[in-house]
Design a protein around this ligand. Structure first.
Ligand code: FAD
Length: 317
């Protein structure tokens, strides 16, 4: 079922979560283990991230290096199919521009359509680790807007090959990302909002936010979206802090702020267990406040810690 229809049908805040494919060489059981821990909360959908290729240097016998292309977390599409098959829960693959030509994207979407996957999250994707800014694949989509246009075209039966006779339209519900504290490449919030609005006009039916730790940022973003004419569901993305390092790593990688009250409490904590508990308690309060304002969904970034998400969900749902 389409996520937008689930949201429209429901009169309560839904529960969903995001998982990462396991590292290459690991079994799919870690995914099943994660879902088993959270299935009691009746997730409306499960997002599965997509990770682009990386370049690694491998030393040759003569001391020089080979540049090897590798994908450390493959398997997004297969994981989605297996989740839908095993748990009868809708899976939402993340589809990215990086590393994909438009032809690759079209073929990936055909696979998803044939597998009965009805929802996707359309993203530009992270930079390659060796690049300081995003570089699209030659012949690929340059940003999420172009990707959404491509999916919307397929939903209207327009494929890249114009010679096709009566091509079957796909029927994807398209989600996109948004940033309550602004995307790092955007010169200002207004510009970011304008591009977000264009993603909606191109066919995005729901938005999922970057993680945030101060609900005021989410509430004020919702107001700005309304003023800009963005009127689709905006799903808050939630992540509890689980260790001390994240105080520094999360702002660095995701360009988000950690409120002083939270950072101060974590800095004063004496043990790792205490840090974890502070993170969980903060997250529970955040979720309760968000739920009280009837957000459509609380979407958890599990990041390999389903037990923590479970502890929070028990208090909130
Ligand atoms: P876009 O919407 O394309 O925006 C990127 C930047 O370009 C913004 O600054 C925007 O203002 C600007 N911009 C947008 N359109 C245009 C335009 N037409 N012309 C000029 N500038 C423009 N990354 C992964 O690699 N894999 C994942 O699975 C993944 N999942 C994510 C899930 C969520 C919910 C979120 C919030 C992020 C996720 N990311 C993932 C990270 C995401 O790919 C990065 O944040 C990326 O840098 C931006 O992606 P986007 O889709 O928001 O990009």
């Amino acid at each position: 079922m389409k996520i937008i229809d689930k949201i429209k049908k429901s009169d309560k805040t839904l529960f969903s979560f995001e998982i990462l494919p396991p590292l290459k060489g690991s079994s799919i059981n870690s995914i099943f283990h994660c879902i088993d821990k959270l299935i009691e909360f009746e997730p409306s959908f499960v997002d599965v991230t997509y990770h682009r290729e990386e370049f690694i240097l491998k030393k040759r016998a003569d001391g020089s290096y080979d540049r090897i292309v590798t994908r450390k977390r493959p398997g997004t599409v297969a994981i989605c199919a297996s989740i839908q098959n095993k748990y009868k829960v809708d899976a939402v693959p993340h589809i990215i521009c990086g590393g994909f030509t438009k032809e690759d994207t079209e073929n990936a979407l055909i696979d998803l359509d044939f597998l009965g996957i009805r929802n996707i999250l359309a993203l530009r994707g992270d930079n390659a680790k060796t690049e300081t800014q995003f570089v699209p694949e030659p012949g690929g989509n340059r940003n999420a807007l172009e990707l959404i246009n491509q999916v919307s075209n397929m939903n209207s039966g327009i494929y890249l090959d114009e010679e096709l006779q009566n091509p079957t339209p796909t029927d994807f519900c398209i989600g996109a990302a948004c940033y309550p504290e602004k995307h790092q490449d955007a010169p200002n919030m207004m510009s970011d909002l304008n591009y977000t609005k264009r993603k909606v006009e191109a066919g995005a039916e729901f938005l999922t936010t970057q993680m945030f730790f101060d609900n005021k940022n989410y509430f004020s973003f919702i107001e700005k979206c309304k003023e800009a004419g963005i009127n689709i569901p905006i799903i808050p993305g939630i992540k509890p802090i689980t260790n001390r390092n994240q105080l520094y790593l999360l702002p660095k990688y995701f360009k988000i702020d950690i409120p002083f009250e939270l950072s101060n409490a974590i800095e004063k904590a004496k043990t790792d267990e205490e840090v974890k508990q502070i993170g969980i308690d903060w997250c529970i309060e955040q979720c309760k406040e968000l739920k009280a304002t009837s957000v459509p969904v609380l979407h958890f970034y599990t990041m390999g810690y389903p037990d923590i998400t479970s502890k929070i969900a028990k208090q909130v749902f």
